[in-house]
Write a protein that binds this ligand. Structure first.
Ligand code: HEM
Length: 418
């Protein structure tokens, strides 16, 4: 059995969520990259899946959507019936040409130019939220800052009333943090009896609530259009057709979830990395021009999304293994980002690292994160606005990690200014 520093392949269980809540199992990934880069993982409650862990293999699979489909079985590792696949086929869970038609509708709203126009508003929001948070000597950074900001920004973009932001955060938590009892409420995927929810979209009671919210917002905008992304989505035409109600619901759900938890966790993981590497934090404070490369390093170091799934459309030979048509394949961005063949000294957190072509946004493929400019802007402005206090900030307790092998999540991060 192959082993790296006392770890053997037999130890690896990427479905062991309790292991993930203790932190990313980087030692497993180091061994997989070296000894089993195309690795078959059995699942207790599933068909099992292949894991790609090397940078080059993940990048190649992201690009090759004809072979590694997002549409055949969706992008999460859950096993879905054909009806479930059909009912959740958003832009994220579709392949070209359907994907391109849907993506074209939102692309314009997320260009660098369109996003940069929000910088002033975003900065004002950061100042307000940071001022409120730092009025206390000790607070939970996740709740006070990281949860607040991305959702406020999304509300602004979509024209959602600000007072509804916590409700939407909670719906997103229940749907996507559904492997952690603290986020999921009663429904814990993989452990509860899912059959009770099988008839619901995304097999989650939170999804119909999100759809009902989206439909009421859509009805308001149809009556009274506004200058916001919701109105633009409703008015957009694809091949002469408007989005159906369900397509709009899926767009809304995708933007609210993809645009919210990802940036939230990037801020929390980023702050944690800086607090744990004070010399790197001091470099940023001494030279704020390093903030953009610091942001990229945070995204490489702790990508908010640990993997996305694809489904093989035919038999593929890869590094001596045969992936069969229909098999699930996980692209482990978190492992590719530490691949020693791509990044010199990959386990060193270095805010000056260049080049830094990390995989955090799904590099190379048609699904490359449409919100990447927005996420980068949010993270840059956040660090710029944090700089005056960053030097005096300390951890005030153990951070709590999300119990998930999909989100690289932080549930709480107690900090203090002594
Ligand atoms: C640090 C923050 C973020 C990270 C790490 C991240 C990561 C990713 C990744 C890895 C993908 C590719 C999925 C795949 O290949 O299957 C993706 C797609 C996507 N992201 Fe992000 N994202 C972030 C922020 C955002 C924001 C702020 C928004 C929007 C407001 C957003 C909206 C989307 C959408 C709509 C897609 C689907 C694109 C498509 O299918 O063409 N993301 N994101």
């Amino acid at each position: 059995m192959s082993a790296v520093a006392g770890v053997s392949l037999a130890d690896v269980d990427l479905t062991d969520l309790d292991r993930w809540s203790a932190g990313v199992p980087h030692e497993w990934f180091a061994m997989l990259r070296r000894a089993a880069p195309v690795f078959w993982q059995d699942e207790r409650r599933g068909r099992g899946f292949w894991s790609l862990t090397r940078y080059d293999d993940i990048l190649a699979a992201s690009k090759d959507w004809q072979t590694f489909s997002s549409e055949k079985g969706g992008t999460s590792l859950m096993d879905l019936t054909p009806e479930q696949v059909q009912s959740r086929m958003s832009m994220l869970d579709s392949d070209p040409p359907r994907h391109k038609r849907l993506r074209n509708i939102v692309n314009k709203a997320f260009t660098l130019r369109a996003i940069n126009a929000y910088e002033g508003r975003i900065r004002a929001m950061f100042r307000e939220v940071l001022d409120a948070a730092f009025s206390e000597r000790e607070f939970d950074f996740v709740d006070a800052v990281a949860v607040e900001l991305p959702m406020r920004i999304l509300c602004e973009l979509m024209g959602v009333p600000l007072e509804d932001r916590r409700y939407l955060v909670q719906l997103g938590n229940r749907m996507l943090g559904n492997t952690d009892p603290d986020h999921a409420g009663k429904f814990v995927a993989g452990e509860a009896d899912l059959s009770a929810y099988a008839h619901l979209p995304f097999s989650s009671p939170a999804a119909p609530e999100m759809f009902a919210y989206a439909n009421s917002l859509a009805a308001q905008r149809r009556r009274a259009p506004q200058d916001d992304l919701t109105t633009r989505l409703l008015e957009a035409e694809i091949d002469g057709d408007r989005l159906s109600e369900h397509e709009f619901d899926l767009f809304f759900l995708l933007l609210v979830t993809a645009g919210n938890e990802t940036t939230r966790h990037a801020m929390s993981n980023g702050l944690l990395a800086l607090l744990e590497h004070p010399a790197q934090r001091d470099r940023l404070i001494a030279d704020p021009a390093l903030i953009p490369s610091g942001v990229e390093e945070i995204l490489r170091w702790a990508p908010s999304l640990l993997h996305f799934r694809r489904t093989a459309t035919g038999d593929v030979e890869l590094r001596g293994m045969t992936i069969r048509a229909g098999d699930k394949v996980a692209l482990w961005y978190v492992s590719g980002n530490r691949d020693e063949a791509q990044f010199p000294d990959p386990d060193h957190f270095d805010v000056c690292r260049t080049p830094n072509r990390h995989l955090a946004f799904g590099l190379g493929g048609p699904h490359f994160c449409v919100g990447a400019h927005l996420a980068r802007l949010e993270l840059r402005v956040w660090l710029e606005e944090m700089l005056p206090v960053l030097g005096s900030l300390e951890l005030a307790g153990e951070p709590q990690r999300l119990r998930s092998n999909f989100f690289h999540g932080v549930k709480s991060l107690p900090v203090q200014v002594p």
